[in-house]
Design a protein around this ligand. Sequence first.
Ligand code: NAP
Length: 366
Amino acid sequence: MATTTKQVLIAIIGAGGVGKCFLSQLTILAARRPTPKLNLCYISTSKKALFDQDYSAIGIENALQELAASSKAPMLLPQVADYLAAAPSKVVLVDNTSSQDVADAYPLFLSRGISIVTPNKKAFSGSYKLWQDIFTASSTSGAKVYHESSVGAGLPVISTLKDLVETGDEVTKIEGVFSGTMSFLFNSFAPVEGAGGQWSAEVKKAKGLGYTEPDPRDDLNGLDVARKLTILARLAGLPVESPTSFPVQSLIPKELETVASGDEFLEKLPAFDSQMEETKVAAEKQGKVVRFVGSIDVAAKSVKVGLEMFDRSHPIAALKGSDNIISFYTKRYGGNPLIIQGAGAGGEVTAMGVTSDLIKVLSQIV
Ligand SMILES: NC(=O)c1ccc[n+]([C@@H]2O[C@H](COP(=O)([O-])OP(=O)(O)OC[C@H]3O[C@@H](n4cnc5c(N)ncnc54)[C@H](OP(=O)(O)O)[C@@H]3O)[C@@H](O)[C@H]2O)c1
């Protein structure tokens, strides 16, 4: 079949919180940009799929309802790659899952000429080999891969770091609050104006408001922040082996690491409040507040994640709500870092990063 540049086919894996918002943004994008025509040819969750062997366009506006009514099972990932590689137009795959299996298949998709945009951290923060395989496959085939929303959701963190590096600035240090959950917890546990609640009560409140994972230990173990730091460190030129290859401080008391459920964890957490209270008081005695941060010292080649104390006037201390803040210290910017701040989670802002990545890919492949 002859390849036409008048249309680009879009395939979507994952239709949860971010996937749904992406679909509504895609509807708007497709209407605003008549050329190339954006046609949806595949959409799936882990249980269902919607596609046609002849790549007929699926109506984007009704895709979710049609997917819910579909009796088709998703294809296996190698089959998805075969199907998309044989398409009559260029294809962009949108991975809106947090699946390691989908991430592991990126080198295959890219080597078959299929570009990828995604908020999924797994591919870029897993083994260094997977990272290398992804970018080797991309440069060999010419297929593009963008993942802005894998750090700081829609905040322009990755594109800014790439711009700094590619224009020849020297990034010396990156520091920030990379988790909306940790931001919310510490802004209410140790506010700059003093007081604040008991640690366990704040964790419970955060869970009630939907700010934590179903089991809050999945936030408190620091791994999510470590994954984001792995991505940024690699982009800054450090070949970090994995998110467990540098010091990551877990806020889960040792005794509660193995309790069976998130609910049992929350029930038993008050018995350990004194540990966090001591940290808070120690900071207060120095006129500071405690925050959970990640930092990359590029020259020293060191990456770490954990608790640090900050002066009350420091931008990290003054953060509000569940916002993220990321400071880039570079040779050009000197003593005053380039700072990016704002919502680092939420379906709409995360999908914005994915949609803007799609726009970048379209400008390069058409
Ligand atoms: N939500 C945010 O604020 C935010 C912020 C930054 C980054 N992200 C990232 O964005 C991605 C999506 O997050 P989300 O909040 O939308 O998650 P979600 O609501 O849990 O949705 C995930 C979707 O992916 C599907 N899925 C999972 N594994 C799959 C597989 N192997 N094959 C096909 N479909 C699969 C799920 O289908 P089933 O329901 O059938 O399992 C579901 O439709 C994640 O990587 C997340 O880390 C999210």
